[in-house]
Ligand binder design. Sequence first.
Ligand SMILES: C[S@@+](CC[C@H](N)C(=O)[O-])C[C@H]1O[C@@H](n2cnc3c(N)ncnc32)[C@H](O)[C@@H]1O
Length: 241
Amino acid sequence: MLLKGDGKRYIVSTGDKDLHTEVGVFKLGQLSDVEYGDIITSHLGFEMQVYRLRAADLFNSLKRTGAPISPKDIGMIIGHTGLNKKDTVLDAGTGSGILAIFMGLVARRVVTYEVREDFAEVARSNIALSGLENVEFRSGDMVEEICSLNETFDVVTLDMQAAAEVVPHVLKVLNPGGYLVVYSPFFEQAKDVRIAIDTAKFEEVVTLECTQREISFTERGTRPSTSRVGHTGFITFARAI
Ligand SMILES: C[S@@+](CC[C@H](N)C(=O)[O-])C[C@H]1O[C@@H](n2cnc3c(N)ncnc32)[C@H](O)[C@@H]1O
């Protein structure tokens, strides 16, 4: 659930104990009786409205260990691969778990690997807060783990620095017709990934950048906002033969 009021947002689960905030303590035991849209009140009289949690709330409110993939790029990944409820996904690195969680809302199952032990706790807790039981977190280095994996997947997503080292092994774990997706913040990384993909012999290879412009409406006029989301990353798609 999402608690929202006066510019403040908190993500909570029905099983959570009291929520201590700067505007007072919310007794979360009362959440089992509330409906979406209801108001709950802290011991200091501060009111918050209860919302059903959506993935975009998680993007805005979850604890972060690094830069998560932005919703515009997640949209392109889901749209380009046609990700759906029959698909299984292999994802690395987990980071804050944002991409894994969004894909978990769409796919049948997501297995996500994170190499850093100090990031694992945040990733696990974010996945638990999402309430998704089809997202499995695993600790491990994807460069090594992919060599011993005995499962196959419909989509493999890589958002990690050494992605080009993983690419040569991806066809072994990708079902025919499935997609490899690599997110690269820099041209140099995208180039290394393209070279690895060309060597491994995929089909339908394309690298895309998704730009987003907000439109600003003011009394002076209507135009694209002058403060906007800049560059995020290049996304390379490649299909298994
Ligand atoms: C940019 S973050 C991923 C963000 C994530 N896609 C999200 O939406 O929250 C990159 C993550 O990859 C992890 N990583 C780097 N190398 C890795 C490897 N060889 N195996 C698994 N994870 C790795 C990093 O520790 C970091 O947490």
